[in-house]
Ligand binder design. Sequence first.
Ligand code: ADP
Length: 405
Amino acid sequence: MKESNFKIAALVVVLSLALLVAVEAIWAVQTYRNMRSSYELQIESILEEAAWQYATPSINDNSPINIGNIARFDALVSEGLRTSGLTTEYRVEVLSTTDTEPVVLMAMGNIEPESSVITAEKPIFPLILRLTVSDPHNSILGDMRRILILQLISVAVLIFAFLYLLHTLFRAKEIERIRRDLTHNITHELKTPIAAAQAATEALHTMPNIANDPTSRNEYINISLGELRRLSSMVEEILRTSTEEFSTAELRIEECNVESIVHEVCSSLNLRYSTREITWNIDIDDGCAVVADGFHIRGIISAVVDNAIKYSDDRPMINIGAMTRNGNTYIIIEDQGIGIPNSERKRIFDKFYRITKGDKYSTSGYGLGLFYVQSIVRRHHGSISVESTLGKGSRFTIKLPRYGW
Ligand code: ADP
């Protein structure tokens, strides 16, 4: 996927999420307001009805309103609330408007005047009838609770789905980048020995003075051979680690002597890194062995030691130790190289993962070595761990059950 398309897709996902949350929030607020105003209307209409009935006897017999009968007003309100299905505490008051400020003449009810309330008033000259009820906030929220919870759950599910989609897009982009880097790396690494072998062979072919001089001829043939060997071992390594066969192919279990494997690996790496001055400190318990697939045990030790050299300076100092404790064999490979940042320690075992320095990889590789190592170690029911100090070095510990098979 193109970078710009990816950005647009990510933006659309984020905007849709924000829109969804905003719509839900607006809906919730609007519903709350509607319920509240409908409640207030209900209270006003109950008061209206009660006031009408309260005043009716006076209208009929033309006598003044019986202001002493607050119990009747209370009974009318109580009846109104009951028939409307409202269960709220309330207070009724009769106020006189003959003074400049209305004065409470009588009051009845169980609500505290200072508590959270809503109030409705109905003037019936020379009185004001007032009804005060508890604020409906909590009861409205209680009524909305079930639907709110359902909405929260559906929004959470949608957010999760969107984020998962975003994660998948990111992952796809990362894999795309890794694939590009891998192709670039492999091409770059293969080109160098091919070019060197080609140049040496062409020189032999086109320059008679080199072809006819036995010393020069041998030198050029050796260059060509060396480069072809390098090429062959690189191709072998790519095939070994990039084909997934190692994770499924049958293991050939045998008794493996760790010391001889380590010595074999070191000699082979000494040849490969003939230009580096490697110092080896090898300390392996006598008879240290593991029952495992010898080919792969050699492969994983080689991969970790290879990294120890690659990620050190020109004079790598490599310590290799091995011992058996409580039925487990531990192989420890230590270097004094560049180290691994804390944040990357888990990810270095991921397939194709490489630690980048800015945008360029300073050391060649495919990000497959440690993935291969971890897969093989797991297939042997073992584990691999790493301790590292940035700029000081790393220490990889491979733990394999002595008799895992
Ligand atoms: P590769 O070495 O081919 O890149 P690996 O899977 O072997 O791939 O290693 C993954 C990454 O872990 C490397 O790119 C490197 O950044 C880091 N790494 C591995 N071993 C070491 C080490 N001994 N010291 C520092 N960094 C290391």
